[in-house]
Design a protein around this ligand. Sequence first.
Ligand SMILES: [Zn+2]
Length: 47
Amino acid sequence: MAKICPKCKSKNIYLWLGGNLGIIYRCNDCGYRGPVVLEKEEKVKNK
Ligand SMILES: [Zn+2]
């Protein structure tokens, strides 16, 4: 599954912080930072 920015739908998102307070992702395209990312299943064949 690919992580996708909820704001601009970019796949250019990466894990920014991870720790006791939770996980924060950051988007390279729009600068979004937050705990929410969309996950897109690119090819669903199994399951
Ligand atoms: Zn974005």
